[in-house]
Design a protein around this ligand. Structure first.
Ligand code: ANZ
Ligand code: ZN
Length: 810
């Protein structure tokens, strides 16, 4: 009987014989299979980890049997806020809790029996990893891709930390839900915006879910338009606005600048200063997300100044309004209330003129494309022509030009947190910002630090850490106290796996150029806009610095869905609806657990856990075992088998070949549930054949061996055991994946005649194995027969198998 003992037996054997060791001599068919590494924040693996890893391992096992040389490493994304928050709550040091969790999770992962290459493990909180994380920072710094900037940042008053834009959800902290405010801090950034266009273009080169690509496209947010220069009346000041609808330039009735725009103080007339100041103060409290909300009421104040519209010389009032963001375009917009929703709302509220310049629609605002009107010599042009011609005209006047904008912002990487990679920079009174020399890395994270949050970086309070000497002049200096965003660690870990023991460099170029890109990457869809974009950026940046020779890190990407509790709710300890992988394995064995996960759910969708579901998978595995045993008994029979194929044999052979074909194809597409359904059909066909009086023993033997082979990726321990019991050589994972014979899939056909009231009306070819009902149906729906029966009463259909169908109709 299959049980967890069988798992242990084979796991031991696989380890002893180094079965899954990556063969570095055969790079020509390497296959780098990668699952997003685990975050050891919780103390244990949950069902979701299994749903991520086990099916992918099955996919990889199939590929191995198809001749690929599989590399499937595993590691831990071990720095980060959860361990630190846990420490604040319990007093247990993040290092201690993290190491302990990693220990437990490693054991659990091993109980899965996946082909993980543990020799290549990477743990990001170990100095032999974060040293190279610091190295990466220094490379980006050297190449102008890491810089410091004083910037308003998202601040969570409860976590007392800066949040990246992506960590703000509807104006609140993603982790604790507290409303996010703004704070000015000097921060480190990575210049991902330098790569905006390439990150966008190269999406076309990779095999990723289209939804994920669409999310990245949206996040990058390319927008093609025009910058238009407005001069301030009675002043030397001028400013630009960014517009995607320069064809509406004649309809501008006012302009709006953002409250944070430096221009505000310069142009606000004395009489308006009080009100503008008050407005600026109030705007500080709003998040960008709120300010962009379409449902929120638009507000603003007049500056007392006017600007000149370059196309028609018209003077328009300049307002300050927080619906204009300072971080996008030029931080100023030309308002066209007749053709823009927000401007329309604003103009209506403040009684500003609304003038139509595009024809179309019955009511305003009319935001679609159309023909230009009230636009001087441009009247009659379409929006597309107008955009082009008006831009050209502005270019001639030196008051505008075509402009591409991206919504993507630079990546804020400083964290005022303890449990992360120290940023390898010192500050010297004499020399300023001095990067730590590469041969002095790692800058070690000290163990004894007071890290309870008080709004400052915990490392500031560690004298031994913070005080150092300047690498440049040898004078006293202070270290940077911020740590790196953990997304920096995960932006390149897939490179380190390949060369994880190298103590002289982050990775050898030669090795990674052979092993990468990753061929198949699998993880949660929630990483669409952060991790997956950062990793692409870092790959491209390293390429441009000459450290590697490919453009994209992950050629193919798949996402897994979420396994919910039996109640259909997200699993959580407080709801008591969690499923423990450990007890599942104890009770059923790893293979039953993974088969259930693959059969019970659509991989990309996930769904609710069902105890009945795993029980019935358990019974299915038992049934296979009985089937193998009966087959073994029959095969002991030395009586010569028959060779010519009768119909029972043909049927078995058909199902066998069909299963091989379908399991290969479906598994290739990550459709594990249908693949296992085909294996079930194959089981039925074998059982049925065992009932036959006379059996073709060679067919039976070939079939049972093929059966175990195609089962092997899904139930690796169990199949290895069955393979052995059938007297076959270790290991089934050194066997070749069976190929199907297309001839066996062609069903034999016969020509039959279809008569209506005794007269032949059509002749058709049908498979010989159709039953009477199926033949009837085919005949009645035949395209030549159907019209002849219209309006007639069907009296009788007589089927003479293999010859004809007679339809009696009046
Ligand atoms: C005038 C206009 C007329 C506009 C019209 C639209 C329709 P995307 O496509 O997202 O790039 N805009 C420009 N900078 C802005 C800022 N910093 N904050 C808020 N809004 C800003 O959007 C570009 C459009 O968004 C621009 O085109 C501008 O409004 C506005 F009938 O200019 B438009
Ligand atoms: Zn110095």
């Amino acid at each position: 009987m299959y049980s967890v003992e069988i798992d242990k037996k084979w796991q031991k054997k696989w380890e002893e014989t180094n079965l899954y060791k990556f063969d570095e001599k055969h790079m020509e068919n390497k296959l780098y299979v990668l699952e997003m590494f685990s975050y050891p924040s919780g103390s244990k693996l949950h069902a979701g980890h299994w749903f991520n890893y086990a099916p992918v391992d099955s996919w990889a096992r199939l590929k191995r049997m198809q001749g690929y040389n599989v590399f499937q490493p595993m590691g831990f994304d071990a720095f980060g806020l959860p361990a630190e928050n846990y420490a604040i709550k319990t007093g247990i040091h993040p290092k201690d809790s993290t190491e302990k969790n990693i220990d437990t999770m490693e054991k659990q992962l091993k109980s899965m029996g996946a082909m993980f290459n543990w020799d290549n493990e990477v743990i990001t909180c170990h100095p032999d990893y974060y040293r190279w994380n610091q190295w990466l920072f220094l490379q980006l710094y050297k190449h102008g891709l890491a810089y410091r900037k004083n910037a308003p940042v998202n601040w969570c008053p409860s976590c007392k930390t800066v949040l990246a834009n992506e960590q703000v959800k509807e104006g609140c902290c993603e982790r604790c839900g507290t409303e996010v405010t703004k704070k000015d801090l000097t921060q480190w950034f990575f210049k991902i915006t330098d790569y905006a266009e390439e990150l966008l273009q190269d999406l076309d080169k990779i095999d990723w879910p289209s939804k994920t690509k669409a999310m990245q496209r949206h996040w990058i947010g390319k927008s093609t338009g025009t910058n238009v220069t407005f001069k301030v009346v009675d002043s030397t000041v001028e400013f630009s606005v960014f517009t995607t609808r320069v064809d509406t330039l004649f309809g501008v009735t006012y302009v709006v600048i953002s409250p944070e725009n430096n221009l505000v103080d310069e142009i606000t007339q004395n009489a308006y200063k009080g009100e503008v100041e008050r407005y600026k103060e109030q705007a500080k409290k709003q998040t960008d997300i709120e300010r962009q909300s379409i449902t929120r009421e638009k507000t603003g104040v007049f500056t007392g100044s006017y600007a000149v519209n370059p196309i028609n010389g018209r003077k328009v009032p300049i307002w300050v309004g927080d619906y204009v963001l300072n971080t996008y375009g030029t931080g100023a917009v030309m308002a066209v209330p007749a053709h823009d929703e927000r401007d329309f709302e604003f103009a209506t509220k403040y009684n500003l003129p609304i003038e139509r310049v595009i024809e179309g629609g019955d009511s305003l605002p009319y935001v679609e494309y159309g023909k230009m009107i009230n636009s001087g010599k441009f009247n009659g042009l379409s929006t597309a022509e107008g955009k082009k011609n008006v831009t050209e005209e502005l270019e001639k006047m030196g008051l505008g030009s075509g402009k591409v904008n991206y919504r993507l912002r630079d990546w804020l990487i400083s964290r005022q947190r303890y449990w992360g990679t120290p940023i390898p920079v010192v500050y010297c009174d004499k020399c300023g910002v001095v990067p730590v020399p590469e041969d002095e890395l790692p800058v070690r994270l000290p163990y004894n630090v007071e890290f309870s949050p008080d709004g400052k970086s915990p490392l500031l309070k560690s004298e031994e850490f913070i005080n150092t000497t300047c690498p440049h002049c040898g004078g006293p200096a202070r270290r940077e106290a911020d740590t790196l965003d953990t997304f920096v660690c995960s932006s390149w870990y897939y490179l380190r796996y390949v060369d994880n023991k190298d103590s002289s460099q982050a990775f050898s170029k030669d090795k990674i150029d052979k092993m990468l890109p990753v061929d198949m990457y699998v993880g949660g869809p929630e990483h669409a806009c952060m991790h997956l974009l950062y990793a692409r950026f870092i790959t491209k940046a390293l390429r441009d610095m000459g450290f590697l020779d490919f453009d994209e890190p992950f050629l193919s990407l798949r996402h897994q869905g979420i396994i919910l509790g039996p109640d259909g709710q997200k699993m959580s300890k407080s709801k008591g609806n969690t499923i423990s992988p450990d007890s599942c394995i104890q009770q059923y064995g790893s293979d039953v657990f993974r088969m259930y996960l693959m059969f019970g759910f659509d991989y990309a969708e996930g769904g609710a856990w069902s105890e009945d579901g795993i029980k019935s998978m358990d019974r299915f595995v038992d049934r296979i075992e009985r089937l193998v045993n009966s087959t073994k008994e029959i095969l002991k029979n030395t009586e010569a088998g028959r060779t010519s194929m009768d119909s029972a044999e043909k049927e078995l052979n058909y199902v066998r070949n069909f299963s091989i074909k379908s399991v290969s194809e479906d598994t290739g597409k990550f459709q594990f549930n249908t693949a296992i359904a085909r294996i079930m059909e194959f089981t039925n066909a074998l059982s049925k054949y065992l009932q036959e009086d006379k059996k073709n023993l060679s067919l039976l033997k070939d079939s049972i061996l093929d059966f175990i082979k195609i089962l092997a990726p899904f139930a690796p321990h169990f199949s290895e055991e069955q393979w052995q019991s059938l007297g076959m050589d270790y290991s089934i994972f050194n066997e070749k994946w069976p190929e199907f014979n297309p001839d066996a899939l062609v069903k034999e056909e016969v020509e039959i005649a279809i008569q209506i009231n005794g007269k032949i009306r059509a002749k058709i070819n049908i498979p010989t194995d159709l039953n009477e009902e199926e033949i009837k149906e085919l005949s009645l729906s035949n395209e030549n027969i159907k019209p002849l029966l219209e309006g007639k009463d069907l009296k009788k259909v007589i089927v003479v198998k293999g010859r004809l169908v007679n339809i009696v109709a009046k």
